[in-house]
Design a protein around this ligand. Structure first.
Ligand code: ASP
Ligand code: MG
Length: 408
């Protein structure tokens, strides 16, 4: 008898029929003798609608009240789900975050889970109930409702699985697993059998939006096996798990891309101590996150500094940096919004030589110019012209043999 935590996303509970479908799936597992804890998202589109309502009321909604409002979507889902289960002849009990005892810090809209009490859930499971829990919400020390940030139900599910010491956390969604790259871009993209936490973290942060990134961090920290799979089929999906020895046999496991960044260069910056701080401090104060920083070797005491920011922060960054450039005596600030970042990811890179070279040669053969390069132990990212993104993804997918199942 296993203890299974399942999470169903918004599209899986988007209508009465879909909720009934979920109830049938959960009951199947319950009948197999498993103890079931089910985390639900709000019905698709609901959270957006609630946020819209708040903005119709006022331009700048109070963040405490906004959390009270947007946490209600999940309450609707678990209530309807429990009703469905009961109408099918099984026992069910829905619980909100505070009823479970999901304790968070006080950061409204982006709260972090600090502790989860398990007594109430175990009590209900003892009574042979199918327990459903509202995703995305918690309670701070002062008894205020908090939410975990968009997509936060994934984190609720993984955190619950960790706290309950569940055998597996199954994330049900509208895709059937994690793919080697976006199948919309590359027809030969293949569903992976398994992927390590670290690879998944790289894939998630680079734009493959299957799992919310914090949930993967949680899963890694507490070693929770996560199974990403489709609500609409019974096929196995992708296991997100701790790294196994044979994972290193493959050099590259996946390719991610991100068109959501822009590149900025500050040209002819005086090369002396303290300058980098002077450039990045004002950006940090403006809440701008900087990625992929490259500084050139200096010539006659002057150097160029290039980095990327997300496109939404581009205009603001340029404004801030033009001021900074004047202050520190840099020559000019150049910007380019038409770029994208393409990354190859794989734990096997640690033990295989020549991966970077193969990536660069593959891109060169297509005449794709590389503007920036950055690497980590298990990832190589390049910045290229945005219009070549799809081509780059496809040729790299082919070059690293990701279309072949034997590669696994
Ligand atoms: N309903 C929330 C959202 O739309 C949380 C979630 O679905 O994971 O972001
Ligand atoms: Mg989601």
């Amino acid at each position: 008898m296993a203890l299974i935590v399942q999470k169903y996303g918004g599209t899986s509970v988007g209508s009465i029929e879909k909720i009934q479908n979920v109830a049938r799936k959960v009951i199947e597992e319950h009948k197999n003798g498993n103890r079931m804890v089910v985390v639900l998202s709000a019905m698709s589109g609901q959270t957006n609608k609630l946020i819209e309502l708040a903005h119709q009321m006022t331009e700048d909604p109070d963040c405490r009240e906004l959390d009270v409002l947007i946490s209600t979507g999940e309450q609707v889902s678990i209530a309807l789900f429990s009703m469905a289960v009961k109408s099918m002849g099984y026992e069910a009990c829905s619980l909100l975050g505070f009823q479970v005892g999901i304790k968070t810090d006080q950061i409204y809209g982006k709260a972090r889970i600090q502790e989860i009490e398990t007594a109430r859930i175990f009590q209900e499971l003892e009574k042979n109930q199918i327990v459903s829990v509202a995703g995305f919400q918690g309670l701070d020390d002062d008894g205020n409702i908090t939410t975990l940030g968009r997509g936060g139900s994934d984190t609720t599910a993984v955190a619950l699985a960790a706290a309950l010491n569940a055998d597996v956390c199954e994330i049900y969604t509208d895709v059937d697993g994690v793919y080697t790259t976006d199948p919309n871009v590359c027809l030969k993209a293949r569903k992976m059998e398994s992927i390590s936490y670290d690879e998944m973290l790289e894939m998630a942060s680079l734009g493959a939006k299957v799992l919310e990134i914090r949930s993967v961090e949680f899963a890694k920290k507490f070693n929770v096996p996560v199974h990403v799979r489709s609500t609409f089929s019974n096929e196995r999906g992708t296991m997100v798990v701790a790294e196994a020895k044979d994972m290193e046999k493959v050099t590259v496991s996946g390719i991610a891309f991100n068109k959501n960044e822009a590149r900025i260069t500050i040209a002819k910056v005086p090369d002396k101590p303290g300058i980098a701080g002077k450039i990045f401090d004002p950006l940090m104060k403006a809440g701008i996150v900087v990625d992929m920083i490259v500084q050139n070797t200096s010539e006659e005491g002057l150097t160029d500094l290039t980095f990327t920011v997300i496109k939404a922060d581009y205009n603001n960054s340029m404004k801030v940096l033009k001021e900074v450039a004047k202050e520190i005596g840099a020559e000019k600030v150049l910007g380019d919004e038409n770029i994208s970042k393409v990354s190859i990811i794989g734990v096997g890179m640690r033990t295989h030589a020549g991966v970077a070279q193969k990536m660069f040669n593959t891109l060169a053969r297509e005449n794709i110019n590389i503007m920036m390069i950055s690497t980590s132990e298990i990832k190589i990212s390049v910045v290229i012209e945005e219009k070549y993104t799809e081509l780059a993804v496809r040729v790299l997918h082919e070059a690293f043999g990701l279309d072949k199942p034997t590669a696994e």
